[in-house]
Design a protein around this ligand. Structure first.
Ligand code: SF4
Length: 366
């Protein structure tokens, strides 16, 4: 078992700040998996308090103080087993044919976190002990995709599997090693498949030097510099870009997830500066395969309520009056920017991308 991340490219990048959960709990079922026990051992080495549960139920100390409950949950890592229901894959348009999960939840504090609208309950980070079983289940879905596989422009990516819908798997990789397992799995999988994930963290050392077979695309989640202050507990923007460059030099396919795009004062200049920083970081990389996904800010009544509960002092713009109301395909409401503003932002940012990062393929705007 590797207990600590390796530096395999001898790079000069600053050592990443790695999360140390205050408390780690491992369920009875997770204890039966070697991978689960290894995660617990790594956490103990880092100085976390590790508790072995006699059951599979993860609970937190009761608190009537919402703030204290939030802090306790965010500093807790639970090592659990993904049950069969969680191992049944779902399509995840427009990103990938299928979504699979190595973890659920995140310890960071982004005031516009997309998980607020999708995960219920206390924001604990749960990581899965049965990674071997999760990966073994993916083969059943090859050739069945209806998202990227059905797109003329993207079908050459093969069947795509997205691993960051409900978590930021790189943010816990120093504890789990699960992404490295997944990268090795896809690297050895001689089939038209692709592993995809996006991250706001820079701890890429464990992934460098792995035999990924160019079947992995890592996207860095980035935003205009004035918005990074909303992303508490994540890696600095410059460090994320350095990490992206290191991955690209290691032969990984890479990408930018520019999200959530917001028309803040001076947004044109701010996004121009962002793309310029990326261009500097990636210049001169042989075989660079770069994509971009442009995602505007949106919220639902539920995600707004959750985020305002977690971050009562937030100055994030969540004013429904300045948005258009849209119905999702499930019949619920979401608030997006009005169509003329959406068009203006889309045209401006796509043109900037063409000009500043001409090799980047824009996968979608939403
Ligand atoms: S890093 Fe991603 S998953 Fe984690 S809090 Fe921020 S937006 Fe949410």
């Amino acid at each position: 078992m590797d207990l600590l991340p390796k530096h395999s490219d001898g790079g000069l990048a600053r050592a990443p700040k790695l999360w140390r959960p205050r408390r780690v709990v491992i369920t009875r079922s997770a204890l039966t998996w070697a991978h689960g026990r290894e995660i617990a051992a790594r956490a103990a080495l880092l100085g976390s308090e590790v508790l072995e549960l006699a059951t599979d139920r993860v609970t937190l100390p009761k608190s009537s103080d919402e703030r204290a409950a939030y802090k306790t949950a965010k500093s807790t890592l639970a090592i659990v087993v993904a049950p069969p229901g969680k191992r049944r894959l779902q399509p995840i348009p427009p990103s990938a044919d299928w979504r699979f999960d190595l973890a659920e939840g995140c310890h960071a504090h982004c005031q516009y976190c997309y998980l607020a609208g999708s995960l219920a309950g206390a924001p604990i980070t749960r990581v899965y002990a049965n990674v071997e079983e999760i990966l073994a289940g993916l083969a059943d879905y090859v050739g069945q995709g209806s998202v990227t596989s059905a797109s003329e422009a993207r079908a050459q990516e093969g069947t795509t599997f997205e691993a960051s819908c409900y978590a930021d798997p790189l943010g816990v990789e120093h504890l789990t090693g699960s992404l490295s397992e997944a990268v090795r799995f896809f690297g050895a999988w001689e089939a038209p498949v692709q592993l995809r994930f996006t991250t706001k963290f820079d701890g890429v050392e464990p992934l460098l030097g792995l035999a990924h077979g160019r079947r992995v695309r890592v996207r860095m989640s980035v935003n205009a510099a004035p918005l990074i202050r909303f992303e508490g507990g994540t890696s600095a923007l410059a460090d994320r870009l350095t990490a992206l460059g290191r991955l690209a030099r290691d032969g990984y396919r890479v990408g930018l997830t520019v999200a959530p795009i917001q028309p803040i004062d001076g947004w044109r200049e701010a996004y121009h500066a962002l793309f310029a920083q990326v261009a500097t970081e990636l210049q001169g990389i042989a075989d660079l395969d770069l994509t971009a996904e442009l995602i505007t800010h949106r919220f639902t009544p539920k995600s707004k309520a959750v985020l305002q509960g977690w971050y009562p002092g937030t100055v994030l713009d969540l004013d429904e009056q300045r948005r258009s109301r849209k119905l999702t395909k499930f019949g619920s409401t979401k608030f997006v920017y009005p169509a003329p503003l959406m068009r203006e932002m889309r045209d401006t940012l796509s043109a900037m991308l063409d000009q500043q990062l001409p090799s980047a393929r824009l996968l979608y705007w939403t």
